[in-house]
Each structure stands twice: as C-alpha cells, then as structure tokens.
Design a protein around this ligand. Structure first.
Ligand SMILES: NC(=O)c1ccc[n+]([C@@H]2O[C@H](COP(=O)([O-])OP(=O)(O)OC[C@H]3O[C@@H](n4cnc5c(N)ncnc54)[C@H](OP(=O)(O)O)[C@@H]3O)[C@@H](O)[C@H]2O)c1
Length: 308
C-alpha cells in the first residue's frame, strides 16, 4: 500500500490510548491520530502536562476529541484505577510508547523495589496490557502497538538478573528494558494467535528522534534557533519526534498490517517513512520470551492474556 504519513486514512471511529502522549514522540502520535479524527486518550502522569498537550493538539486540530488518563506506569498498584477512570467502553488502539532512559547511576527503584527503567518501560506496560484487555476485547480488531528501540539490537537479556541488581550500567539497562518490551510484544502476538480472536500485537520503533529536529508546539516543546542549528548535522541521519511518530501510527492504522510485524523508518532504520523490518532472532526467540513472560507475571502479579 502506498502509505503517506502526512495523509492518513480517517480514524473517526477509533478510540486510541497513547501512553506518554503529553510529550516527545507520544505527543506527535496523539496529534496525528487526532488529525485523523480519532478519539485520543493521553496516558500520562501529570494532569497539567496533559492539559497543555491537549490544548496544543486542539490549537492545530479544531474539535479534536482528547481525554486524559491519569497514568503512572512505575506504580503498578495504580493501573486498575487509571483504566477504570477512562471514559470509554472500548479501545481500538493502545500505543505503549511512554518510556524513561536514565543516563547516570545510581540504580533507582520504584516503590515495589523494581529497577525503574524495567519497571516503567516493560513491567508497567505488561501490567497495563492486562488491565486494558477487556476494553481491547470489546473493540473489533483492536491493536496493541509497542514502541521498541534500536537500543535493543545490541543487547541481550540477563534472565538471571532482570533487575540489574548485580551489575548496573544505565545504557545497557535501558537497552535491555526496551528489548524486554519487544520480546513481550512478539510473544504477546503469538499468545493472542493461539487464543484466537482478532486482537493483534504489532511493534514499531522511531529510529533516532531528536528534540532539536522537532517542530515547536506551544507549551509542549520549544525549539530555539540555537538548538535547531546544533541539530542540523544530526538531521542528515536522524529525524524529529514528529517523524519518529510515523512508524507507530502506521502500525496502528494501516489496514494491511498484521500481528507480529515490526515497523521502523526506511533510511538505515533511523529516519524516514515507515517500512516493514525484519526483527532480529534474539527479539523473537520463543524460549527467552517464555522465561521473560513467567518472570513478568511473577513481578507484576498479572498475565495480560489471561484477562482475554
Ligand atoms: N527519541 C528517540 O530517539 C527514541 C529512540 C528509540 C526509542 N524511543 C522510544 O520512544 C518512546 C518515546 O521516547 P521520547 O523520545 O518521546 O521520550 P520523551 O520525550 O522523554 O517522552 C517520554 C514520555 O514518557 C512519559 N513517561 C515517563 N515515565 C512515565 C511513567 N512512569 N508513567 C507514565 N508516563 C511516563 C513521559 O512523561 P513525563 O512528561 O511525565 O516525564 C513522556 O510523556 C520511548 O519508549 C523511547 O524508549 C525513542
């Protein structure tokens, strides 16, 4: 299909949740869905940031239908109440986009004692998928879109030390948390197929998306002339967060997408229009996925597919 990210198919009949929809790539995913007519729920932890993002979207898309879901992925105990507070009776798309990357030591934990990047990026989305399952099952042919990363390419999980307690290196722990998300998303699709039904799990990644190449949005993102000039060289191989949103939006909206696919930018997997990618073997290994799934159920106390 000839896909143009600037000319999306209408999505007026779709309810879409975007985790981390208040900032960065998530904001642009939300804006692009809103422009296509979807009802968009911004899943974010700060209500004032959600309000600012909603206003920025409405300023560009008059009449945009935007809601806020109070969501802190690092707080597993809060997720059911977050989902219960959503003003929807079904969900067509859940974009699992929110994420944190901690650059420096020391290792940090959430209140449950889980390493914070694994907790937010993987465990939070794993448990949220379980909580969202009834709403997804209530929609015809819903999609769960997981935001991966090129950082997962060079990492391997340490299943004996998922929480990076023995050795913590921020960059490696981040890459592993993104790999865990991707392994989960591929395994989720296999389990959904085995269970039957029409809910699918698809993956996307944004390539390399820099703030300095991202257009300004009042209250959400300021781009100074100096940062724009600094980012120009990077623009040869990387892109802005507006374009970083394209792969996830295609994974969610293209009628030709099927479960278990990975979508990423066309040029070296770093920038450009979304295209189908071949996942690496370590992302789709069923035995690693089985062990990660079991560990994630133990850590979160829930199983996403059991709720379907
Ligand atoms: N940018 C890139 O080049 C790149 C490359 C590969 C993959 N990715 C992935 O793309 C996704 C978005 O990245 P980005 O560059 O747009 O990041 P970003 O600008 O830092 O935005 C991250 C978003 O996640 C939210 N978030 C963080 N912790 C949260 C929590 N505990 N609960 C709920 N929301 C939380 C943030 O909310 P607050 O505003 O409240 O902090 C924010 O909305 C991430 O999953 C990232 O791993 C990005």
């Amino acid at each position: 299909m000839n896909w143009n990210p600037r000319r999306l198919p209408r999505a007026d009949d779709k309810n879409v949740l975007v985790t981390g929809g208040n900032a960065g790539i998530g904001y642009f995913i939300a804006e692009q869905f809103a422009a296509a007519g979807a009802v968009v729920v911004l899943g974010c932890r700060d209500p004032s940031k959600a309000a600012v993002a909603g206003a920025a979207i409405r300023a560009r898309v008059p009449g945009a239908r935007i809601h806020h879901m109070q969501l802190d992925l690092a707080d597993l105990a809060s997720l059911q109440a977050a989902v219960d507070g959503m003003p929807l009776d079904c969900l067509d798309v859940a974009v699992l986009n929110a994420g944190i990357a901690i650059d420096d030591p020391p290792r940090r934990e959430n209140t449950a004692g889980h390493e914070l990047m694994l907790a937010t990026n993987h465990l939070g989305h794993f448990a949220l998928t379980h909580r969202l399952a009834p709403l997804l099952a209530a929609a015809p042919a819903a999609r769960i879109v997981t935001m991966g990363s090129f950082a997962a390419r060079s990492e391997r999980l340490d299943l004996d030390d998922l929480q990076s307690t023995r050795s913590y290196q921020p960059k490696r722990t981040y890459g592993r948390s993104k790999l865990a998300q991707m392994i989960f998303a591929f395994e989720l699709d296999r389990r959904l197929r085995a269970a039957g039904g029409d809910l699918i799990s698809v993956l996307a990644h944004p390539g390399g998306a820099l703030d300095s190449l991202t257009p300004a949005r009042p209250g959400v993102h300021v781009r100074s002339r100096a940062s724009y000039l600094r980012g120009l060289a990077g623009g040869l191989v990387l892109q802005g967060k507006d374009a970083g949103a394209w792969s996830a939006v295609r994974a969610a909206l293209d009628p030709e997408v099927v479960g278990g696919q990975l979508w990423g930018p066309r040029v070296f997997g770093l920038r450009g229009q979304p295209r189908l990618e071949q996942p690496q073997q370590h992302m789709t290994d069923p035995e690693t996925a089985r062990q990660l799934w079991t560990a994630s159920v133990e850590l979160t106390g829930v199983d996403p597919v059991a709720a379907l």
